[in-house]
Design a protein around this ligand. Structure first.
Ligand code: SF4
Length: 185
């Protein structure tokens, strides 16, 4: 997949949803202002128009102001975001253009309370699965029981010594089983 395909397949959805305030992502998707602006520039280059979108340049300044507020909230969970980022980075696809951005944005989206695809602003779960398969292929391959992605990430952290979701010794004995494995969307 080339840069253009990555932008079209994943990032245009995320940016569009973000600009419509339909994600739970922090300002600039959790990226630096420069990273965010570069993403917008690259989308423009392939013909994706943000004309009329609130992501046009003057609004970026307002997001900068808001960033201080969200920055405080994100900072409270920065350790958790760092652990998720490390998990994703361990299986990163080094041949992709935007995997590093995906690490940060996906880790921040895990702070939302809905399904990960929804918190990210993707249209449906299969697009998220494709995004994970492309950017983090080894991690994708480990989800052999088709767990919900956010739960799957946290289960990985639990297995490596974290204490996030797994209170029971095994999934079969756990009262959260349906939350982790019942994939209906
Ligand atoms: S079912 Fe329970 S033990 Fe299994 S991953 Fe979910 S929370 Fe953890």
């Amino acid at each position: 997949m080339g840069r253009r395909d990555e932008l079209l397949r994943f990032w245009q959805h995320i940016i569009t949803a973000y600009c419509a305030d339909q994600t739970t992502l922090p300002p600039f998707l959790g990226l630096s202002r420069n990273e965010f602006s570069d993403l917008i520039t690259q989308l423009h280059k392939i013909g994706f128009s943000l004309n009329g979108h609130p992501c046009s340049s003057q609004i970026l300044d307002q997001y900068t102001a808001k960033q201080h507020l969200f920055g405080d909230l994100i900072q409270l969970r920065e350790d958790e975001i760092a652990q998720l980022s490390q998990l994703l980075t361990e299986s990163i696809n080094k041949d992709s253009f935007y995997a590093n951005l995906a690490v940060r944005v996906m880790s921040c989206a895990c702070m939302g309370s809905s399904h990960l695809w929804s918190d990210l602003g993707l249209p449906e779960r299969p697009v998220l699965s494709e995004m994970i398969r492309y950017y983090f292929p080894a991690l994708h391959g480990k989800n052999v029981h088709n767990m919900r992605w956010k739960r799957f990430f946290y289960k990985q952290l639990c297995e490596s010594g974290g204490d996030y979701v797994c209170r029971a010794p095994s999934c079969e004995e756990c009262s959260s089983y349906s939350e982790c494995y019942t994939v209906t969307d």
